[in-house]
Design a protein around this ligand. Sequence first.
Ligand code: CA2
Length: 147
Amino acid sequence: MPDVLFILNGPNLNLLGEREPEIYGHTTLAEIEAACRKRGEQEGFAIEFRQTNFEGELIESVQEARRHAAGIIINPAGYSFTSIALLDSLKMFNGPKIELHISNIHTREEIYHRSLVSRTATAVIAGLGPLGYEVAIGAMRGLLGKR
Ligand code: CA2
């Protein structure tokens, strides 16, 4: 049975490719999901890819990951900076957790500089654009060991 990776996406990421291409590019979330599935297959992972605009739903996915996933890749979007509840849920996940941002949050306005989620993340990827997702999947293979 392949290891399962949960790839979780927070609010507004369903609009990727439609607005603010100068920050987030032209790639849609569906295209990112397709690339993740392809890379996941190459790395021997089963991919569970989700997006939600609801904080509680994101937390429920993290809780579900405790039972089913070897690792979590999460783009918490706006909840990165506000949600202690999301931070608490991630703290209870024992496997590797990669926090991912498409943009480089540190070159943006100050409100995007202090991610709460980073306090529990194994690693943080920011600024690689959609490629960051594939880099994170490759890194998970290293963190979890060989197939
Ligand atoms: O760069 C990222 O991936 C972010 O997590 C995206 C979040 C932002 O709050 C973080 O600071 C960085 C915002 C996602 C908003 O998504 C949009 C998608 C299309 C158009 C406009 C916003």
